[in-house]
Structures are given as structure tokens and as C-alpha cells.
Design a protein around this ligand. Structure first.
Ligand code: 13P
Length: 318
């Protein structure tokens, strides 16, 4: 069942965070639904601009609508990840998305507010909620590339003003994470103090953590052993997620870790089966491994086991 992101946030706020997973294809969709049902978790499917154009935006929509039928017990929202203004309007007009993210974080404060406000007005008039971003994460996320020097942490006082003036429904905060597989050159340092300060300025308001893949070292080692060359890859300590949830984070974005699972499975499979040219055997392994990965992530997020609680809350609200 596709639900509004707003209701998922209401159920989760202050208790746990919801996994927001980026997908691009059929195998990821299957693993995603299975993993979330195995761990009995509500979840958010994220579709990026790149994912929409990988095949055709209608292909992912069709895939997700089919998955909704195949897995009728699942409760999830569909979210546009890192939209520009034009893509946000297109996603809203499609009638398919529960929420959109307008990412104008590269613009100055007033322009970011103005762009976000335009999208918020358009979205709210059509019953869609909006995530915005203040501060700037480092790293590479499809078309957006931000150097470590240009990355900026969110200013909590500005966050309050931003939310009031833009009317956004949730806010992505920059607290030291970055997109991609190379997040920290030294020790990992999440700025939970910035998060705590932001929550004080915006009590009860849903916050979002981007760039939250853990880049498990075991995964990286297996990829490298099977022919990969990922030197120095490092991610976020997943034991921090529950602390972040208590500080108002309701959505945690994870993309890179899923790609690592795909890379490891396919590298190892074809190394062990050099004679094989069939895509389905590694595809089957991948779907199982992806489901396992999702279920493990939901344990860290605290969303595992919340599915029936959410179902009841939704039924009572209706
Ligand atoms: P990762 O690269 O850490 O998976 O972050 C993904 C993300 O934030 C998508 O918006």
C-alpha cells in the first residue's frame, strides 16, 4: 500500500527512522519488498532523476505498482530524491509520488527558500509533501558533485527560519555525512550536536539524513578480492542511526550500500563461474542478498517490527 510520507513520519518521530532506499531495477525492487516484509518494516522507495532516465520514468512506476500487487502487505511511500524544480513538477503531476525533494541547497539561503516555496505551494495544492535541504553534503550524487571544501553543515538557527519561510514538510540536514562510498578521509565524525541543536530549534519537525550508507568494510574487501579497486572506501557507523532518530531524524537515505551488494554479488559470481553467461543465476543471488541487507539495515534504524503498529495507526486515522 502506497501511503503519504507524512503519515510514516508521524508514526516514527522520536522513536525510529524509516529506511529510504534508492532503486533502479527489477531485482532491487524484489529484494527491497522482500527484505522489508521479512523484517516487518515500513519503508520509503526513493527514485532519483538518474533512476527515472535509466530506462524510462514510466518503467519504475510500473514496476512499483506491480510490486504493490505482488506484496499487498507492504506499507511504503514513493519519494523523488534530489529533484530540481522541473523534475519536482513532473513527479507531482504524475500522481504517483507521495513526496518530492527539492534540492536547491547549492543556491544561496534566500534563493533556496524561494525555490523551495514555489515547489511547496505547487505540491501542497495537490496533496504532496516536500523535503528540502539546507547546508550542503560533500561527495557525488549523480549530477551533483560537491568537494569536501565546499560542503557546509546546517546552521540550526537558519534551519528554523528556512522551515518557517519555505513551508517545507521535512528538512535534510548536513551533519557531516556525504554521498557515495568515500565519506571520511579520517575517522567518521557525525555531528550529532548539530542535529540536537536543530531539533531544539524545530521540535517535532521531521529531519532527514542523506549520505547514510555504512560502506561495510567486509563488503569492500570482498569486492576488492573479486577484482574490484575500491581503496579507502568508508561510511557511516550504523549504530548512530537510533541516536539520530531520538534527535528527530525520521528518514535515513541509503543508496551506495545497495550498489555495493550488487557489485559484490556479480563480481564474485562471475569469478566463480567464468563459463556462465546467464544473468538470472546471479540475479537470484542478488535478490536474496539485497533482501538480507535491507532487513539488517532496518534493525539498525529501529524500523524493523513496526509494520503492524503503522498499519493500525493508519487504520485509526482513516
Ligand atoms: P549514500 O551514497 O550514502 O547511500 O547516500 C544516498 C543518499 O543520500 C540519496 O539521497
Amino acid at each position: 500500500m502506497i501511503v503519504t510520507t507524512k503519515k510514516l513520519f508521524k508514526a516514527a518521530y522520536g522513536k525510529y527512522a524509516i529506511g529510504a532506499y534508492n532503486i533502479n531495477n527489477l531485482e532491487q525492487a524484489m529484494g527491497l519488498f522482500r527484505g522489508n516484509l521479512d523484517s516487518q518494516a515500513p519503508f520509503i522507495i526513493q527514485i532519483s532523476k538518474g533512476a527515472r532516465s535509466y530506462t524510462h520514468k514510466k518503467m519504475l512506476e510500473g514496476l512499483i505498482r506491480s510490486a504493490e500487487e505482488v506484496f499487498p502487505e507492504a506499507i511504503f511511500a514513493v519519494h523523488l530524491d534530489h529533484g530540481d524544480e522541473k523534475t519536482c513538477y513532473d513527479a507531482i503531476d504524475s500522481g504517483f509520488y507521495s513526496s518530492v525533494m527539492i534540492d536547491a541547497s547549492h543556491e544561496d539561503f534566500d534563493h533556496n527558500i524561494a525555490t523551495t516555496r514555489r515547489v511547496v505551494d505547487y505540491a501542497h495544492a495537490r496533496g504532496i509533501v516536500v523535503e528540502a535541504e539546507l547546508g550542503q553534503l560533500g561527495g557525488v550524487e549523480e549530477h551533483v558533485s560537491v568537494s569536501e571544501a565546499d560542503a557546509k553543515l546546517t546552521n540550526p538557527e537558519q534551519a528554523r527560519e528556512f522551515v518557517q519561510r519555505s513551508g517545507c514538510d521535512s528538512l535534510a540536514v548536513a551533519i557531516g555525512t556525504s554521498h557515495g562510498a568515500y565519506k571520511f578521509s579520517g575517522t567518521q565524525a557525525l555531528r550529532l550536536d548539530v542535529l540536537a541543536e536543530t531539533q531544539k530549534k524545530l521540535p517535532g519537525f521531521p529531519l532527514v539524513m542523506h549520505g547514510s550508507s555504512s560502506v561495510p568494510q567486509e563488503e569492500v574487501e570482498r569486492i576488492n578480492k573479486a577484482g574490484g579497486a575500491m581503496k579507502g572506501a568508508k561510511g557511516v557507523d550504523a549504530t548512530q542511526f537510533k541516536k539520530a532518530a531520538l534527535l528527530g531524524v525520521t528518514k535515513v537515505n541509503i543508496d551506495t550500500d545497495g550498489r555495493l551488494v550488487w557489485t559484490r554479488v556479480h563480481r564474485e559470481y562471475f569469478l566463480e563461474h567464468p563459463e556462465n553467461f546467464d544473468l538470472r543465476p546471479p540475479g537470484l543471488v542478488f535478490m536474496g542478498e539485497y533482501a538480507k541487507f535491507i532487513a539488517e539495515k532496518n534493525d539498525f534504524l529501529g524500523s524493523a517490527g513496526q509494520l503492524e503498529v503503522v498499519r493500525k495507526a493508519l487504520a485509526e486515522a482513516d
